[in-house]
Design a protein around this ligand. Structure first.
Ligand code: SAH
Ligand code: SF4
Length: 441
């Protein structure tokens, strides 16, 4: 073990992945080196997620296991950050039950990480530092991106939507937008460094700019990124159905670099449940959006998130979710069992659904969605797509893998093809989760 070697575990969404890149940036500046094995590390960092109970349980498991390591190595520094510990009662519980943890800090004070780390390494006590308020957007923090091909770029932080099941507005604070000029400049510099693709990140990208003095919305930001930078591909997530509009669909249709893929979480197909969720749209509105989008961008892939077993969900409500899966035919979906989150309105709602019922509905939903995912993949057989090559496939080393503009994974064999290249492939076989392709020369 060496003091200046670290290992970082990241749970949760792309926002956390992006924050981890900032932490890596700081650690690079401090002369640290990232290692793969926990036994080689003098510093262990866990960037945590609070969105579902399971994510939190995993972190508790990890912290528990680190206790033994700390006994063997009293010099080991253990730091825990992210959404889970932004919840004050959770942070206090960790401090009390796992006193060997050296540093606990939240989501709003990541810019002060070097200082906090130093304090933690000098102190005998656990340093716990949480800020209630996010404050202004801080620009110019260091960033270390591991992959030189694809990059995450924040456009907004926080969320104002307060969906009744969701902890994000409590742990990430109010919505704050970065200035469009800063975003365009970052994408330009990424393109100049050889990056091929950026994903613009926000909890609800469609409400970008509402808090700024400058008159700018997400569609115009996307248009600027498309026309003012040299980046080959632009993606964005997550879109919210309440604020998704025709102007945005046109930018996707006409954009040079804007990829034909929209992740548009529906959460439920029942208007009654959508209302209880405080989502701010109806199933009819969602269906109209899907139709409008496909009208402008016929090749557009549409993916979604669905929660099963929200409080009060009846068999009829669930049937409406299944029905919408059949009507829309999503390319893929992230499906979740509803998980009560402390402090959110839904956790106190009557009619919490029994776990067995949730699981049974979940498996019916999965069956329907898997069928559609395969169906959508099959429809692509015979067509030719531009692929951004990522590298060797995870399972077969001699096979290369890449993604289409619709974000479909394609495996193919080819010689003299390098990661980061854009190549054309013909789809020759469909599987539920991926496609097989042949290089077109
Ligand atoms: N801002 C994004 C998603 C953030 S969380 C959006 O609004 O779409 C990612 C997904 O996790 C959500 O879309 C939702 O489907 C799921 N999720 C959030 N809170 C949850 C909870 N308490 N239980 C189960 N799933 C949840
Ligand atoms: Fe959570 Fe809703 Fe905000 Fe998404 S939009 S982060 S689900 S509150």
């Amino acid at each position: 073990m060496e003091k200046n070697k670290y290992i970082m575990t990241v749970f949760g969404c792309q926002m956390n992945e992006r924050d981890a890149e900032t932490l890596r940036g700081f650690l690079d500046e401090l002369g640290y080196e990232e290692v793969e094995k926990v036994k080689d590390a003098g510093l262990v960092i866990m960037n945590t997620c609070a969105v579902r109970q399971k994510a939190e349980e995993k972190v508790f498991g990890h912290i528990g296991r680190l206790g033994k390591l700390k006994q063997e190595n009293p010099d080991l520094t253990i730091a825990i950050c992210g959404c889970m510990v932004q919840q004050e009662e959770v942070a206090k519980k960790i401090k009390k039950s796992y006193p060997y943890v050296d540093l606990i800090f939240g989501t709003h004070n990541i810019a002060t990480f070097p200082e906090l780390l130093q304090r933690a390494q000098e102190s005998e006590e656990t340093i716990l530092d949480l800020w209630d308020d996010a404050g202004q957007v801080v620009e110019g923090l260091p960033v270390t991106r591991k992959d030189g091909i694809k990059a995450w770029v924040n456009i907004t932080y926080g969320c104002n939507n307060f969906c009744s099941y969701c902890v994000v507005p409590y742990v990430r604070g109010r919505e704050r937008s970065r200035l469009p000029g800063d975003i365009v400049a970052e994408v330009s510099s990424l393109a100049a460094k050889g990056f091929r693709e950026v994903t613009l990140l926000g909890q609800n990208v469609n409400s970008y700019g509402k808090d700024l003095d400058e008159l700018v919305d997400f569609a115009s930001l996307l248009h600027r990124v498309d026309t003012e930078t040299e980046i080959d591909r632009v993606r964005f997530m997550t879109s919210h159905p309440r604020d998704f509009n025709e102007k945005l669909a046109k930018v996707i249709a006409e954009g040079r670099s804007v990829c034909e893929h929209v992740h548009l979480p529906i959460q439920s197909g029942s208007n009654r449940i959508l209302e209880l969720m405080n989502r701010g749209y109806t199933r009819e509105h969602y269906l109209a959006l899907a139709e409008m989008l496909r009208g402008y961008v016929p090749s557009c892939a549409l993916t979604t998130d669905i929660i099963v077993g929200f409080p009060g969900e009846t068999e009829e409500d669930f049937a409406m979710t299944l029905e919408i899966v059949e009507i829309v035919g999503f390319d893929s979906a992230f499906t979740f069992l509803y998980s009560p989150r402390k402090g959110t309105p839904a956790a106190k709602m009557p009619g919490q659904v029994d776990n067995g019922v949730k699981k049974e509905r979940f498996s019916r939903l999965l069956e329907a969605q898997n069928r559609w995912s395969l169906e959508r993949s099959k429809a692509l057989v015979g067509s030719v797509h531009e692929l951004l090559v990522e590298g060797p496939s995870k399972t077969e080393k001699h096979v290369l893998t890449g993604r289409t503009r619709q974000n479909k994974t394609v495996n193919f064999t080819g010689e003299n093809v390098m990661p980061g290249e854009l190549v054309m492939v013909e789809i020759i076989e469909a599987r539920t989760w991926s496609l097989a392709g042949r290089l077109k020369t």
